[in-house]
Design a protein around this ligand. Structure first.
Ligand code: PLP
Length: 453
């Protein structure tokens, strides 16, 4: 006889069993044998469960731009949850959503006036790609469905994002991808020419002119949008330059193609400005944002877009919906409160200006590692830097992984890994001492890595 189903009230596992949680982008078996658990955080540091102090070299995950746990942001979130825990933004709304949208549009270049809120960078990208296709469909140009990305770009993990994204490992197990996303611009980087350049390197226009080739191949009337990170972030920090982005803008304008900047990393001070669009003097048609908009406290993302795109969606009939798209948690009150307090905090602490001032400090610190063992290239822009290691033969990613683990276990430093590349993206409050310590810790670890091959 089969026993009737009865949910057990007695957990079969201990509360701190590591088995159930499947960590993303992580080798779970190894992690669970060698866990790295962070228990609390303040400013530039985490504490683990034993009270060990660990320097955060990557601002959480490129999101805690103001350092961990600023009091004003935490208090704003706490107040908000008491006042209004939730309100829908489908057909109804609440005041802080309008306030934050206005503030974010105010940070974006003139002409980008409206904000669609989502909950993550991945959703911001999907939203922008869907808006691009729907914009042309609404104009009677439904043949414009192609979406052009760039090699080595990261645009999150949803189907649209991995399709336009240019990181092979994020794509290859999940096909077939979205139709019309096969074409990618080349990464404007050539190791022989550009390795060890401090900051932006010189490259010719051919990287942007590739867009002309793609237009020639398919016809402009099939292309809806080009999406690029102004600076490649998760793919290993590859700087870009003003002329390149300007040329992309010109070619898009020539053929009526929308230009989308994915500023999930480059927004909110990482490059010393509200958005990288301002640093590079190029106005895209849409900007995707997420991460640092709430200083990492509450998930939030969104798309800032032009008046022209927004107006094209508005309907004549009072009851007609503009766009069949949105999330239960679009404009969540806690995220809105966190965003408003975060923008106040960044402004009051002059953090964007501070990032601009600290850029040369980070640059000097990482380029001092040029002669360290295993180093293949060093790149930096804004408050982001990459130390690329030579991969071990037959085992790409192994040397970088070991370096990351050793940084944590032996040097009390959290770094990010992209293949064999170690990435630093400190909070914008980082001082010279802390930046120096990050570089020193990496130097020590590189000296201890086995030679292997
Ligand atoms: N776009 C860029 C440029 C990113 O760097 C990221 C995340 O690192 C994303 C999109 C995806 O954001 P999320 O992880 O919040 O979905």
């Amino acid at each position: 006889m089969i026993a009737p189903y009865s949910p057990s009230q007695t957990p079969t596992k201990t509360p701190n069993d590591l088995d159930a949680f499947w960590l993303p982008f992580t080798p779970n078996r190894h992690f669970k044998n060698h866990p790295r658990l962070l228990a609390s955080a303040s400013g530039m540091y985490y504490l683990d469960q034993s009270g060990r102090k660990i320097l955060d070299g990557i601002a959480g995950l490129w999101c805690v731009n103001g350092g961990h746990s600023p009091k004003t942001i935490i208090e704003a979130v706490a107040r908000q949850v008491q006042e209004l825990d939730f309100a829908p933004c489908f057909q109804f709304a609440h005041p802080k959503a309008f306030e934050l949208a206005t503030r974010i549009a105010g940070l974006a270049p003139d002409g980008l006036e409206h904000v669609f809120f989502v909950n993550s960078g991945s959703e911001a990208v999907e939203t922008a790609l869907k808006i691009a296709r729907a914009y042309f469909a609404g104009k009677g140009e439904g043949t414009r469905y192609r979406l052009i990305g760039r090699e080595r770009s990261y645009h999150g993990v949803n189907f649209g994002g991995i399709s336009v994204g240019g990181i092979g490992n994020n794509r290859k197990a999940f096909g077939p991808l979205i139709p019309g996303t096969d074409d990618h611009l080349p990464l404007p980087y050539n190791h022989t020419r550009d390795a060890f350049t401090e900051g932006e390197y010189k490259f010719d226009d051919s990287y942007a002119e590739e867009l002309e080739r793609i237009v020639g191949l398919h016809g402009a009337s099939t292309i809806a949008a080009v999406i690029v990170e102004p600076v490649t972030g998760s793919g290993g920090v590859f700087p870009t330059r003003r002329g390149y982005l300007q040329l992309l803008r010109e070619i898009c304008d020539k053929y009526g193609i929308l230009l989308i900047f994915d500023e999930v990393i480059s927004g909110f001070g990482r490059l010393g400005h509200g958005f990288a669009a301002e640093r590079y003097g190029v106005v895209p048609d849409m900007i995707c944002f997420a991460k640092a908009v709430t200083n990492g406290t509450i998930p939030l993302g969104g798309v800032v877009l032009t008046e022209k795109i927004y107006q094209s969606f508005l309907q004549e009939a009072d009851h007609a919906i503009d766009i069949f798209h949105g999330h239960t948690y679009t404009g969540h009150p806690m995220a809105m409160a966190a965003g408003l307090a975060t923008l106040d905090y960044y402004r009051n602490e002059n953090l964007f200006e501070r990032a601009e001032k600290m850029e040369p400090v980070l640059s000097a610190a990482v380029h001092a590692l040029e002669r360290a063992p295993h180093v293949h290239d060093i790149r930096n822009v804004g408050m982001a830097a990459a130390i690329e290691l030579r991969p071990e033969k037959e085992a790409p990613g192994k040397r970088g992984y070991e370096a990351m683990i050793r940084c944590f276990e032996e040097e009390d430093l959290v770094v990010r890994l992209s293949g064999d590349t170690l990435v630093l993206s400190p909070a914008l409050i980082a001082g010279e001492d802390e930046i120096g310590r990050m570089a020193e810790a990496i130097h020590m670890v590189l000296g201890r890595l086995p030679e292997n091959n």
